[in-house]
Design a binder for this molecule. Sequence first.
Ligand code: NDP
Length: 323
Amino acid sequence: MSDTKEKIKCLIIGSGPAGYTAAIYAARADLKPVMYTGLEPGGQLTTTTEVDNFPGYPEGVDGPAMMVDLQKQAERFGTDVRMGMATEVQFSKEKGGIHKVCIDNSTWLEAETVIISTGATAKYLGLPSEQKLRGGGVSACAVCDGFFYKNQEVAIVGGGDTAAEEATYLANICKKVTMLVRKDELRASKAMQHRVMTTKNIDLRFNTEVDEVLGDQVVEGLRMVNNQTGGKEEIKITGLFIAIGHKPNTEIFKGQIDMDPTGYIVTKGKSTKTNIPGVFASGDVQDKEYRQAITAAGTGCMAALDAERYLVTVESSEKVTAE
Ligand code: NDP
């Protein structure tokens, strides 16, 4: 294991909308940001086709193309974008302390500030037919893709708050929403349960799971199975939404930074500050509620501003100590 002593003012981990926006702002503030992209450069948007809800693109924009543009914009101001994965961290608890980050299990870097933008990963069922049709009608984001199924019949899987919220969102756009819940009850809050149950075009199916997603190139239907009786039923749908939760990408930060019980990084108040001075979190890694490209980008901007202000306070306290 080599121990390079490269010192970085602002290290950004992750390359989704949060990371790139942090990079644009940090570079313009002369923080000379270095970004490590992770294994999926561009993040979750690279697995989306059309992004229709990011302001400023009246005709919509292709997800991967948008991420290429964001990278170009970050590089235009001098961001050093590098392929590589942060695999271990050792954060300093001292204000002004140096944070150590290991890249690809081999190279240790030292950073004055770190912006964590490693995102979250949507969970999928793991069925071969579901995986085959991802991008062909199987989606994990109703707010992103629901509009493509206007006046059509769709299904959604899950019984938590996300599934309940997305089912009611889809019900506004689509003709009919079949909601598959594997237990005999919803896990969602009482208020959300009430909304689901009182929405006429949601067909709520308890004890029901996906047996197979039907269709070759695109979703054409769904075979459902009742896990109590074993009875199967086929319905015609054009879109299947998986809303069974997200997993924040925070494995490497465990024990190093405060997280909530589900692994999301905790930020302070309206800021992106974590409990570690000089370490900031932006995007889905600290947000289980909104999870949109635009909100991630907003918190990326905040993280760069928070990092810049932090460095100013560190420098001024160093000056006072020296005097
Ligand atoms: P949750 O973990 O709360 O719910 C996941 C749901 O998916 C559960 O019903 C679970 O079933 C089901 N599920 C999990 N795996 C499978 C599977 N393999 N097959 C079928 N069903 C499956 O995730 P959410 O994303 O809904 O919510 C995450 C957190 O975010 C929660 O704390 C939630 O309250 C919060 N949230 C809050 C919102 C708000 O306040 N507006 C909006 C959205 C989320 P089972 O119950 O059987 O385990």
